[in-house]
Design a binder for this molecule. Structure first.
Ligand SMILES: *Cc1c(COP(=O)(O)O)cnc(C)c1O
Length: 407
């Protein structure tokens, strides 16, 4: 694997690629998958794609074990994601949600192999329905509970499931070991976000301290997502050792992980065009894309994406960094919606941008296409893929996509 060329940045500026368009780099996707596949093979951990981060299903066959790909299955945060995983990915389908209702549970039971509940009350509410389903179909659904080890590693509160007041996961004081007699066979923990193996090691230590007697009764455990496994400087050796030790310590039959970001990290771009340049305290380039509609994590997280123009990469002007580029042209990149705060950030470019010029955003496969909206009636960027030096369009959007979301 991983012999195909990645997208050359110049390619994204050629007229053979439209704008605005999410362009998926299949070579990078294969490289990420190969890294995850090696971790899976060495440790026996089963790696699931978190659909919440990346749901570009046209590219699922190359990721799915069903097609001899490297990943074991998918994890879903809703019935619709579970159905997408079942229909388009194959392998095991796992589901977790902060809460389910009865209609959802009925549908989910025909789609999911594993269901993880967020509270004892949710588990006990649906246990009879699950037992009835298993008896009727002869296909038992594996059930687990999400725990909250009350150990924060995250710097960003809205992405920290262990922040004070978090509704996610059962805290040590509220856990009841009796659930293992009621049909629960494993525990689920998701506490990390874009973190290294060192953060996992500290989290596992906290989990052991708070849940050890319960862990000893588990047949399986799911260590959630937020592991930045495919990042260049991620310590995969430490990850593999920790997983092997953890499995041995509690005699677990199976360990699962469900990364989203790591599967499609750096595997997508968003092309855009400068529509106008207006004057404010500094020049503001208005683009045919929007932070609010097409890359909302820029505002939510918040973060500054990498930006490229034909002459090279722009420098993010944070902490005065832009001043380090003498002669650079400084501007603010902004979206075309009416939202005053639809601003991507301030950047220093090698040369002034001009109307009609193209700019390209990096790392736009994750938490982008899954989060787009048609707010303001803005047309969704099309979706395409790049493989073997050629671009193919997967999907374009039009007025109907705006209209059919409303009534
Ligand atoms: C968001 C989420 C994931 C995926 O997280 P990444 O940061 O994309 O790896 C996995 N599991 C659960 C329960 C999640 O909420």
């Amino acid at each position: 694997m991983a012999t195909a060329p990645r997208i050359a940045p110049q390619f994204l500026f050629s007229q053979s690629v439209p704008a605005p368009c999410f362009v998926l780099d299949e070579a990078r996707l294969d490289e990420n998958a190969a890294v995850l596949g090696r971790v899976q093979k060495r440790t026996g951990v089963r790696i699931l794609l978190a659909l919440k981060a990346f749901s570009a299903w046209a590219l699922f066959p190359q990721l799915s074990r069903v097609m001899n790909g490297p990943l074991w299955g998918t994890c879903a945060s809703s019935v619709d994601e579970a159905r997408l995983g079942r229909e388009e990915f194959g392998g095991e389908v796992h589901a977790f949600a902060a809460a389910f209702d009865e209609t959802e549970m009925r549908e989910l039971l025909s789609l999911a192999d594993h269901i993880t509940f967020n509270s004892l009350a949710q588990w006990r509410r649906f246990a009879p329905m699950i037992a009835e389903h298993s008896a009727r179909t002869g296909k038992p659904v594996v059930c687990g509970l999400r725990i909250n080890p009350e150990h924060s590693e995250g710097a960003v509160a809205i992405y920290d499931p262990c922040s004070p007041g978090s509704r996610l996961g059962i805290r040590p004081a509220d856990f009841e070991g009796q659930v293992f007699e009621e049909g629960i066979t494993g525990l689920h923990m998701h506490t990390l976000c874009e973190q290294g193996a060192d953060a996992l090691v500290r989290t596992l230590a906290a989990c052991r301290q708070k849940f050890a007697p319960h862990l000893a009764r588990c047949r399986w455990m799911n260590l959630g997502g937020g592991h930045h496994i495919t990042k260049a400087d991620y310590d995969r050796e430490l990850l593999c050792q920790s997983l092997e030790e953890w499995r041995a310590a509690f005699g677990l039959e199976t360990l699962y992980m469900e990364p989203g970001e790591a599967v499609a990290l750096e595997a997508g771009w968003l092309t855009a065009t400068v529509l106008d340049i207006v004057g404010a305290d500094m020049p503001v380039a208005i683009l045919d894309v929007s932070a609010a509609c097409h890359m909302p994590d820029v505002l939510e997280m918040p973060y500054r994406p990498n930006v490229f123009c034909e002459n090279g990469r722009a420098i993010v002007m944070a902490g005065g960094a832009g001043d380090a580029a003498p002669g650079a042209w400084k501007c603010r990149l902004a979206g075309k919606s009416c939202l005053a705060g639809d601003v991507i950030g301030e950047y220093a470019f090698p040369a002034p941008l001009k109307t009609g010029q193209r700019v390209v955003f990096g790392d736009m496969a994750i938490y982008s296409m899954v989060k787009t909206t048609t707010f303001n009636g803005l047309r969704l960027p099309s979706i395409g893929a790049f493989r073997d030096r050629s671009f193919r369009m997967l999907r374009t959007f039009g007025y109907e996509d705006f209209k059919t979301r409303l009534s």
